[in-house]
Design a protein around this ligand. Structure first.
Ligand SMILES: [Zn+2]
Length: 182
């Protein structure tokens, strides 16, 4: 599956507000696929890639859909016209700004893994949780994210994950200086 044939599938219910799906990602995809001349090409050519070269420190990071602990949104890059073309948009800028700022590709093709199908299938199913598997990232509009089953259990309404509350006990050690008579 490439980009969803019907973007309404990933359109948040309220205009301008993210819910399970990101308003900014929807807005961006809608905008670039509805431009008069290029839109129809983008719909067929858009690819999502994982950059294996860390943008943070240059380390090599492999994409593994079965182990997403190292899944960082900063490594996800959208190529509106496909990998062969030079224009790219960083997923984290799209999510935070909703704008498409075009960058020139400075990496070679071998640095990328095509995750287009995985990305859209998973995004349709899990929504914004694709960017936050651990459910601890700061995100906007998360008030309605969890369904409280009881005081110790909740379920994520976006991706369906069940979570239980764990109480962590922390013992603090304080060193207090006292001067006592000799
Ligand atoms: Zn979730």
């Amino acid at each position: 599956m490439a980009i969803p044939y019907d973007l309404k599938l990933i359109k948040p219910k309220v205009k301008g507000e993210s819910d399970k799906y990101s308003w900014n990602l929807y807005k961006y995809l809608h905008k670039i696929t509805s431009t008069r001349h290029e839109g129809k090409y983008i719909k067929n050519q858009l690819e999502v890639h994982w950059l294996r070269h860390s943008r943070f420190d240059g380390e090599h990071i492999e994409f593994d859909q079965h182990d997403l602990r190292h899944f960082m949104v900063g490594q996800v890059i959208i190529f509106p016209f496909g990998l062969g073309k030079s224009h790219l948009n960083f997923m984290n800028s799209v999510l935070s700004k909703g704008r498409c700022e075009n960058f020139a590709n400075v990496w070679n093709k071998e640095s990328f893994t095509d995750i287009t199908d995985w990305f859209f299938e998973t995004y349709l199913k899990d929504g914004r949780c694709i960017f936050d598997r651990e459910h601890n990232m700061w995100m906007t509009n998360t008030d309605d994210r969890y369904y409280q089953i009881n005081s110790n259990n909740r379920k994520c309404k976006w991706c369906g994950e069940h979570q239980h509350r764990e109480i962590e006990k922390r013992v603090e050690i304080n060193r207090i200086e006292n001067w006592v008579s000799a």
